[in-house]
Each structure stands twice: as structure tokens, then as C-alpha cells.
Design a protein around this ligand. Structure first.
Ligand code: MLT
Length: 328
């Protein structure tokens, strides 16, 4: 048999398998563990949310959803990793509001948040808290603002990189005070809060999923929560509006993404597994303990997520342009 016909026959077999595998694979999906990329350090707020949801999604999908932390550049390195991954449903991204803000903060991003991903669904909206090291010389937000304004050149503020939620909140805080501060970047607020507890940095704006335990343990001082209403798990903490800084209002929404081109049947299966995970006792109980809650079921869907992402990119663009803070 001539070599060319052997090669042709082999190619035909592979092709047949590929075509056959396509629709069938969506039905059989998943047949092996799934990687969920978290674009920040392990142990931080995004990691905490991702590990809880991944645990419950594993049960719903019948395959392990394994977390991989790919930190750096405010979450854009991990996002870029998933944008380039095979669109087969085995590489996912759990990211937050940074997906929207980085679209303006970075003028040269190696991906397009709106076109390089298939949104799977929203997960939760986490309030943020303005906190400081426990010996910081202020007992309420007014005192903090006064002390920061009077000592701006001596005060530093931690954040998890340009594009991070802690960076966005820090930007709103500095804008509201009209005072630029020295900032200290980390790969996540997991390591940042350790340095805050250790007194190496002065102030931080971070998600309740990362600060609640430290606040309740008295390891850090808390001044306000950045949502219009107080958080049930921190009932004594005033809102920024109550405490006189209404401009600093932000909640950190989170969503799951697959690479663009992932079969729709696979995306729908992932969305169904996410919806199931968000109804689980584990997720509901832990989220409540950490100051947040699952989104409503209709928001844990691809279409609502895609539309919301677009709105958020447009909402934050003028705020960031006004602040004039760009990563590049
Ligand atoms: C993290 O998980 O470290 C945070 O989400 C970082 C941030 O966005 O502030």
C-alpha cells in the first residue's frame, strides 16, 4: 500500500474521531479533571470564593475542579492564560470586577475581556472593608481620613496590583481624599493582609471574604464597609456613606469564564453546575460567615453575565480615565 494512501487513511481516522468527539464530548463532558485558574495568590479572597464553588461544582460535574493560582499584574496574567487555553471546557477562570476595570487600566492587554471568553455565570458580589494595622492612630473613618491627609507622605496603602479590587478601592479612596498615597503592590491580598497584621503596611481596602476573620479576631482595625448597607457578619461596621465617605462605594462581583469557542453545551453544563453549587449549604453558610451571599440563580447564567460584564466595562471607564491611573 503506497505511503500516501497510508497517511491519507490515518488522517481520515483522526478527523472522524475529532468530528465524532465534538458533539459527543459535550455530552460526555467532563471526562477528566478541570482546572480553574484564580488570577491571585492562594489564601486570598478570590481563592477563598473559588475553592468553595469549585468543591461543589466538582460534585455536580462528577469530576474534580482543581484550583491553579496564577497571580500577577492585577489578575491579567491569569486571565491571559485562560484566554489562550484550548476551548474544550477543561480550563476555566474565576475572576472579579478586575475583568472590567483592567479593560481600561491596561491600554495594551494580551486579551479582550468581551471577545476572548465565554462567560459561564456570575458567582457573588463581595463587599469591601477599609482596614488598617491594629495600632494605627485613628478610631473611626473621620479620624483615619484626617490622619492620612495630615501624614500622606508617611502612609502606605497595600493592594494586589493594578486591576485588582483592592487597587480600585484604593484609587476611589485616594480620589475621595484628594491625596495620592504611597502604594505597595502584592500578587494578592492574601500576602498583603499578612503584612497588615504584621504592621509592615498601614492601610488596605479588601474584601470581607479576606478581612472578616482578622477583624473579628482584633488583628486589624476596621473603619467602614463599601456597600450601601451594612454586612450581617460585621453589624457594628458602618458603611462608607454613614461614616462620611460615600464616594468609596464598590462591591466585588465575581464570575466564571471559559475560553472563547468552548462548545455552548459545555458552557451550559458548567453554568448548571455553578447554579447548583450556589444553592449548596456549604457555599451559602460559608459565604454568609464571610460577609457575602451567592448571586440569584438567573445571574449565574452566560447571557446575564456577558451583558453585565459589558455594562461594567462602560461604567468604570470614565471613573478610571478621570483618575488618570493607568498600568501602562
Ligand atoms: C485576591 O484574591 O487577592 C484579591 O481579589 C485581590 C484584589 O483584587 O484585591
Amino acid at each position: 500500500m503506497r505511503l500516501t494512501s497510508v497517511i491519507a487513511a490515518a488522517a481520515a481516522t483522526v478527523l472522524a474521531a475529532g468530528v465524532l468527539a465534538g458533539p459527543v464530548s459535550a455530552q460526555d463532558y467532563p471526562t477528566r479533571p478541570i482546572t480553574m485558574v484564580v488570577p491571585f495568590s492562594a489564601g486570598g479572597p478570590t481563592d477563598t470564593v473559588a475553592r468553595l464553588v469549585a468543591q461543589e461544582m466538582s460534585g455536580a460535574l462528577g469530576q474534580q475542579v482543581v484550583i491553579e493560582n496564577v497571580g500577577g499584574a492585577g489578575g491579567t496574567i491569569g486571565a491571559a492564560r485562560v484566554a489562550k487555553a484550548d476551548p474544550d471546557g477543561y480550563t476555566l477562570l474565576l475572576h472579579h470586577i478586575g475583568m472590567a476595570t483592567s479593560a481600561t487600566l491596561y491600554r495594551k492587554l494580551p486579551f479582550d475581556a468581551l471577545t476572548d471568553f465565554s462567560p459561564v455565570g456570575l458567582v457573588t458580589d463581595v463587599p469591601m472593608t477599609i482596614v488598617a494595622r491594629k495600632d494605627f492612630p485613628a478610631d473611626d473613618l473621620k479620624g483615619l481620613v484626617g490622619h492620612v491627609k495630615a501624614n500622606a507622605d508617611k502612609i502606605n496603602m497595600a493592594h494586589a496590583g493594578v486591576g485588582a479590587a483592592s487597587h480600585l478601592c484604593g484609587m476611589l479612596f485616594q480620589e475621595a481624599l484628594g491625596t495620592p498615597l504611597n502604594t505597595v503592590p502584592y500578587k494578592g491580598t492574601g500576602p498583603a493582609i499578612n503584612d497588615l497584621v504584621g504592621g509592615q503596611v498601614d492601610i488596605l481596602c479588601d474584601q470581607t471574604t479576606n478581612t472578616t476573620g482578622q477583624i473579628k479576631g482584633g488583628a486589624i482595625k476596621a473603619y467602614a464597609v463599601t456597600t450601601p448597607t451594612r454586612v450581617a457578619s460585621l453589624p457594628d461596621l458602618p458603611t462608607t456613606a454613614e461614616a462620611g465617605l460615600p464616594e468609596v462605594e464598590v462591591a466585588v462581583w465575581h464570575g466564571i469564564y471559559a475560553p472563547k469557542g468552548t462548545p455552548d453545551a459545555v458552557v451550559q453544563k458548567l453554568s448548571a453546575a455553578l447554579q447548583k453549587a450556589l444553592q449548596s449549604d456549604l457555599v451559602k453558610t460559608r459565604f454568609a460567615e464571610l460577609g457575602t451571599e451567592p448571586v440569584a440563580q438567573n445571574r449565574a447564567t452566560p447571557d446575564v453575565h456577558a451583558a453585565f460584564l459589558k455594562e461594567e466595562i462602560e461604567r468604570w471607564r470614565p471613573v478610571i480615565q478621570r483618575a488618570g491611573t493607568f498600568a501602562d
